[in-house]
Design a protein around this ligand. Structure first.
Ligand code: SF4
Length: 384
């Protein structure tokens, strides 16, 4: 395993992810019986902390007949912790430059698409367009090109964006610990970094070139973020690449590992399913909507504090139905191409989205269901 100097000090989650473990986990999950599912749900009803084995039971095929019960339990626990609120955010794509080849992504270096990186004036135009829609929370997204969109570029962009938004999260390439410290000083409150798959061998098959092919460096990123003092980290895997149950289990295991190491940090989880994009991208392990509901409910029953985020990759109908069953934040009116809010040029987009409603329509749907829209990240006093 590769080791980088700034993560030598302590136990790392990457030491807990081996090939033998993956195979064992996959067969353990498939072998779970209904008794274990019932036991996990009984513990939840008694407000006891669930173990990773309980989580395994909840995502197993044996839990499928319990879906209705799981949904009710997930709703109960979410309302208890977060009230009837949904936070709205929007991704702001600053660049589609990328030095990696990832087989499932429209921004992959080998794809012959037009590349662009927003300059300061363009960033300001995007910020104004997004702010005019009511958003106070923005998620900055870029491809992974250290040369074109490195720390100096980010600092320049943040200098502008701070004028418009009260909460800024980032989903960019993994950075060094001292770079995360610099971002924190520029007002970044959260870093999202998805492992895509925790299957070591298959990871290499999907990440053919560039820095992203270093499995361990990516996996250790949340630990560098935590040590740098950033308050929140988002985890997840790309559902559809490998067996979703095993990947989802590793996400839960990493979450629990990080909670122990960084007890004051907040965490969020996302559930991106593979979407069509430029250059293709095969869905090797399809996941049905019913299975996605099962997974979302399982995460909530396993962990009551974690924020669960659902993007516009999913359909309007699915998002409407899931809103009350465990989700705490949603994106709305997303554009996945740089400059997309001020100038909607689809030839630059990373992937196509499924829920094309305007932010007003999404906000109205949330209100109609008796929920309150939260326009910026959670604050003390907004939650009971
Ligand atoms: S997934 Fe990220 S790193 Fe990979 S090609 Fe797309 S933008 Fe680049």
């Amino acid at each position: 395993m590769s080791k980088h100097s700034d993560e030598m000090q302590q136990d790392s989650f990457s030491d807990h992810v081996g090939m033998a473990d993956w195979q064992r986990m996959a067969s353990d999950i498939n072998a779970v019986d209904e008794n274990s599912v019932a036991q996990a749900l009984t513990k939840s009803r008694a407000n006891q902390r669930l173990s990773l084995d309980d989580f395994k039971a909840l995502i197993s095929p044996a839990a499928a007949p319990y879906l209705e019960y799981m949904a009710a339990e997930s709703q109960r626990l979410t309302q208890q912790r977060f009230g009837k609120t949904i936070q709205l955010f929007v991704p702001l794509y600053l660049s589609n430059m990328c030095s990696n080849i990832c087989t499932y992504c429209g921004f992959s270096m080998e794809n012959k698409i037009r590349r662009t990186t927003l300059n300061v004036e363009q960033i300001r135009a995007e910020a104004q367009a997004i702010r005019a829609k009511g958003f106070e929370h923005v998620l900055i997204v870029t491809g992974e090109s250290e040369r074109k969109v490195g720390i100096e570029y980010f600092e320049q962009a943040l200098g502008v964006l701070k004028e418009y938004f009260s909460h800024i999260a980032m989903e960019v390439q993994p950075l060094k610990e001292d770079e995360y410290r610099r971002l924190h000083q520029f007002g970044v409150e959260a870093i999202l970094v998805y492992q895509e798959t925790y299957h070591r061998e298959k990871y290499a098959k999907y990440h053919l070139k560039g820095k992203k092919s270093d499995f361990d460096y990516r996996l250790q990123t949340p630990e560098r973020v935590g040590r740098a003092g950033i308050n929140k980290v988002g985890l997840g895997c790309l559902l559809g690449l490998e067996d979703w149950r095993t990947d989802a289990f590793y996400v839960a295991k990493q979450l629990r590992f990080l909670e122990k190491q960084f007890w004051s940090m907040k965490f969020s989880l996302a559930f991106p399913r593979l979407r069509p994009c430029e250059g293709g991208g095969e869905v090797n392990s399809p996941m049905s909507e019913r299975e996605l509901v099962q997974l979302i409910c399982a995460y909530r029953i396993f962990n009551q504090q974690v924020e669960l985020s659902l993007s516009t990759r999913e359909s309007a109908v699915f998002r409407n139905n899931m809103m009350a069953l465990g989700i705490t934040s949603m994106s709305a009116e997303s554009k996945t191409q740089p400059g997309g809010y001020a100038n909607d040029d689809k030839s630059l987009e990373q992937f196509s989205i499924d829920d094309n409603r305007s932010v007003d329509e999404v906000a109205q749907m949330i209100t109609d269901k008796g929920y309150q829209v939260v326009w910026k990240d959670w604050q003390q006093g907004l939650v009971s």
